[in-house]
Design a protein around this ligand. Structure first.
Ligand code: TYD
Length: 167
């Protein structure tokens, strides 16, 4: 089944100049990139993305991690991949959540580590199910930022907005 999945290259991935390596590994899947951007993650985005983990003891450290506060670099790269069996293919190349348990040739196995705090610094996020992929893609991307029409859209009236243009 053709499906979409969200990939985030986390702040450690950008800080360690692993973006190219991660994209090369993911290109093995032959999936299509249909959306991509660099994002500075704020509290609201971080906490909504990881809402399912809010009761975990590592939650506040996880929020600091995805916001870039552990790496003095607040950038992440968000990508939408599309194609046959996309969620499983990307999760396989990403590897297990715990970098020590991940296959050594997976992205997390090769480049991840466990911090002294116990947090898994594992380089990438990859959606875990079609429902999660839809929730996450809608959270991270606007419809016009994705080149395919993945999900139904509606017209939204926007009044008296100002936006930045090039000076
Ligand atoms: P989770 O959504 O369970 O895993 P995945 O990212 O593989 O879908 O967890 C989100 C992130 O939280 C995970 O990538 C790293 C961090 N984490 C820890 O630091 N320790 C843990 O015990 C777990 C389960 C997750």
């Amino acid at each position: 089944m053709e499906e979409s999945t969200l990939v985030i290259i986390k702040p450690d991935g950008l800080k360690k100049s692993l973006t190219g390596n991660v994209l090369t590994r993911l290109s093995e899947t032959k999936l299509r990139i249909i959306g991509a951007k660099v994002v500075q993650v704020d509290d609201q985005l971080a906490e909504t993305h990881y809402a399912h983990l809010k009761d975990k003891p590592f939650f506040s450290e996880l929020i600091r991690y995805i916001k870039g506060e552990l790496h003095s670099d607040s950038r992440v790269m968000a990508l939408v991949y599309w194609g046959e069996d996309a969620i499983r293919k990307v999760r396989t190349i990403a590897g297990a959540t715990n970098p020590e348990e991940a296959d050594p040739v997976s992205i997390r196995g090769a480049y991840g580590r466990i911090l002294t705090s116990g947090l898994f610094e594992n380089v990438v996020h990859a959606s875990s199910s079609p429902d999660e992929a839809e929730r996450e893609i809608k959270l991270w991307f606007e419809p016009e930022e994705i080149v395919y029409d993945l999900y139904p859209v509606k017209s939204v009236q926007v009044q008296e907005t100002t936006k930045q243009g090039w000076a």
